[in-house]
Design a binder for this molecule. Sequence first.
Ligand SMILES: Nc1ncnc2c1ncn2[C@@H]1O[C@H](COP(=O)(O)OP(=O)(O)OP(=O)(O)O)[C@@H](O)[C@H]1O
Ligand SMILES: [Mg+2]
Length: 209
Amino acid sequence: MAHVRVAVRVRPLSSRERREGAKIIVNGDDRNVTIQDIRVPEHPGCDHRARYKHFRLDECFFSDGERASQQEQVYASLGRPLLDDVLAGYNGCLLAYGQSGSGKTYTMLGNPELLQKLSAAGSECTMSLSCVEVYNETVRDLLMRRPQGLRVREHPQTGPYVQGLGMHLVSCAAELRSLLTRGMSRRQVGATQLNGASSRSHALVTREG
Ligand SMILES: Nc1ncnc2c1ncn2[C@@H]1O[C@H](COP(=O)(O)OP(=O)(O)OP(=O)(O)O)[C@@H](O)[C@H]1O
Ligand SMILES: [Mg+2]
């Protein structure tokens, strides 16, 4: 597997966007996306390079029509290979980037049904987990009963770490799910113009061991 893989996911229009007559301006195939800048008028002889921006990626996931991708496909393509490497002892990181309301939380955490399925699958392993958020320059342990600001320090050999961050042992999918649900429910959430339940912080779930 390549060291870094970059994928794009296009979410479906929300009901509000559909009501407002919004159009999807991102198109493409499994490796390419084209974004249309609809502010640039389209007419014969118009500046195509200004109107259409092309990007090549390792993978693209769309939400409309026949090529619609479900959570399971995104997980199988991006999550699973990373997980296999991590279980083989390599370091790995899955990062979601995008503007408010673009679908980062949905993609990273799935919906409650998916978590339910995972825990029903009952796969077993032992690992420890920490769950931290960075919000307004403050680092908090989301698995502490009353999360308070923690200090980020630098270890000469292993690099940056959060002082006093709790590591929690989990031995089955149900325990993992319960810790994740608890941690995620303590995240800072607020409404933005684009997302009624917008995650206002950066959240990091880290596994060790
Ligand atoms: N692929 C998808 N299919 C269906 N619904 C989706 C998809 N992606 C996102 N959504 C819905 O779109 C809304 C916004 O998604 P989400 O909360 O994940 O955005 P976000 O990128 O985490 O935003 P923020 O940065 O504000 O936290 C949610 O209601 C979510 O359920
Ligand atoms: Mg979010």
